[in-house]
Design a protein around this ligand. Structure first.
Ligand SMILES: *[C@@H]1O[C@H](CO)[C@@H](O)[C@H](O)[C@H]1NC(C)=O
Length: 212
């Protein structure tokens, strides 16, 4: 191989890698999964109806409960019409003081629009620099893909955020749950955070979701 060929091969491989980092391009107009037959295949498009392309599950605010926060993700899992289209959505409702804990989406950038309320909103980059401020009704913020971000309702009444993602299945990793709710060896957590076994136990109790 000549040096030029090697350079071209490297460029090709890097380019291919970048292309694989987002949802694949569709190869048909749409693909409603064929749930009865095989979810990885598409229903015959002649049997699709307008109802396949309408989702009615986020008309009303979620019941925020004790935590003061409830998100209703609208991914291709709950809205099959999104399948292969490389996008998804979320509605998030906050009671006064409600918090969306630090989390990230491994497969998508998110744009978050404030429909109602005042929300302290931000993200942390890979140098631990924080970009955060209070955003209000009508404002839009972007959270770059894979970066940790968070929100807290700082107004006196409820707040609502509408978010869009450039993946049909953005994924969600909540930092407290991933660290303290995942059965990582306790000794490691004690050393990593400089906490006692009792303190780690307390965090685990808070975030470990019992297996059902
Ligand atoms: C889809 O349905 C139409 C109408 O029933 C039929 O003519 C066509 O052959 C079907 N296509 C496939 C791939 O099954």
């Amino acid at each position: 191989m000549t040096p030029t060929m090697v350079v071209l091969l490297v460029i090709f491989l890097l380019h291919n890698h970048a292309a694989l980092a987002s949802d694949p391009d569709p190869v048909q107009d749409f693909c409603i999964p064929n749930t009865e037959f095989s979810p990885t295949t598409c229903k015959n498009s002649s049997s699709a109806t307008v109802e396949d392309f309408v989702f009615t599950g986020i008309k009303n605010p979620g019941k925020v409960g004790k935590s003061g926060f409830l998100a209703k993700p609208v991914t291709s899992i709950v809205f099959p019409g999104l399948n292969t289209l490389g996008m998804s959505f979320v509605r998030a409702d906050f009671g006064a003081g409600g918090v969306n804990v630090p989390h990230f989406h491994p497969r998508a950038t998110e744009t978050a629009f404030v429909l109602e309320g005042k929300v302290y909103s931000g993200f942390v980059d890979s140098t631990n620099r924080v970009f955060a401020k209070v955003i209000e009704k009508g404002d839009l913020m972007v959270f770059p893909r894979g970066l940790v971000h968070f929100q807290m309702n700082v107004g006196d009444s409820t707040a609502t955020i509408l978010g869009s993602f450039n993946s049909q299945n953005p994924g969600l990793v909540r930092i407290p749950n991933a660290v303290f709710g995942s059965e990582i060896e306790e000794k490691l957590l004690e050393k990593a955070f400089g906490l006692s076994s009792k303190e780690i136990g307390k965090m685990r109790k808070r975030f470990l979701v019992p297996k059902s």
